[in-house]
Write a protein that binds this ligand. Structure first.
Ligand code: NAD
Length: 261
């Protein structure tokens, strides 16, 4: 229970990598605050179930990560409710794919706001809380697209490169304090959203599940295996461990060799 007594706030955590990360942090003993922009009974039930499963305090706080004020309020509300905000995982993210010249402006704005600017706001709100507690960990979920590019993903690639840069600045501004900031750069991760795309792709390409996964989805992932949400979550737990005290300002790839190509 290495993280017992710490509180982790994970943005965009009612599904996928965010939920997987919250689960690994709770497994390691941290109290967790789940978040998304919805406020459904099932969101709160998810937090209650996670708390019961791992014997930690868990809460769900609704906040829309496209709104700066709500990003900051998430951190202050979480700190007021749980007593601290020791670990901040900036995970909320969306995607849209279109050629640059016809990329919808509202989609560009939303992707930049949710995937990048939200982390500026939450980090700005969290650093004073971490300084007061004398310990803090910022983990930004970037992407292989924070280090490389693909066509038709201009907003996503720009936002993910941006968050790798923001991570470095956060690390430098906290370098002489017991606070670290790092980015995790996943390749393709098997989330429910990705899983749901497989049957359609099988139809479109007339391929077996195995061929779609290997030759379409994992074309750029040399391992030919998805990363898992548990692996991303465990990497976050590692970044919160004593072994990682001198790891700050880095972008850690969990991408089956994507960025080695
Ligand atoms: P997902 O769609 O399952 O999760 C995204 C989460 O963000 C959800 O909980 C959603 O509710 C939340 N969210 C979306 N808009 C929000 C808003 N306005 N306010 C608050 N929350 C909001 O997707 P995922 O694959 O788990 O992605 C999580 C992160 O990991 C994203 O930043 C994504 O870019 C990154 N990532 C994913 C992959 C992958 O292969 N799945 C690879 C690299 C990076």
């Amino acid at each position: 229970m290495a993280l017992k007594g710490k509180t982790a706030v994970v943005t965009g955590s009612n599904s996928g990598i965010g939920l997987g990360t919250a689960r690994e942090l709770a497994r390691a003993g941290a109290n967790v605050v789940l978040n998304s922009f919805t406020d459904r009974a099932e969101d709160h039930a998810l937090a209650a179930a996670l708390g019961a499963e791992f014997g930690v305090r868990a809460a769900y706080i609704k906040a829309d990560m496209s709104q700066g004020g709500e990003c900051r309020a998430l951190v202050t509300q979480a700190a007021a409710l749980m007593g601290s905000c020791d670990i901040l995982v900036n995970n909320a993210g969306i995607q849209h794919v279109a050629p640059l010249e016809s990329f919808p402006v509202d989609k560009w704005d939303a992707i930049l706001a949710i995937n990048l600017t939200s982390a500026f706001h939450t980090t700005a709100a969290a650093l004073p809380v971490m300084r007061k507690a004398g310990w803090g960990r910022v983990v930004n979920i970037a992407s292989a697209h924070g280090l490389t590019a693909s066509p038709y993903k201009s907003a996503y690639v720009a936002a993910k490169h941006g968050i790798v840069g923001l991570t470095k600045v956060t690390a430098l501004e906290t370098a002489q304090e017991p606070i670290t900031a790092n980015a995790i750069c996943p390749g393709y991760v098997l989330t429910p959203l990705v899983e749901a795309q497989i049957p359609d792709q099988m139809k479109t390409h007339g391929m077996s599940r195995e061929d779609v996964v290997r030759n379409v989805m994992l074309e750029r992932q040399p391992s030919k295996q998805f990363a898992t949400v548990e692996q991303i979550g465990s990497t976050t737990v590692f970044l919160c461990s004593p072994a990682a005290e001198q790891i700050t300002g880095t972008a850690i790839s969990v991408d089956g060799g994507w960025t080695a190509l």
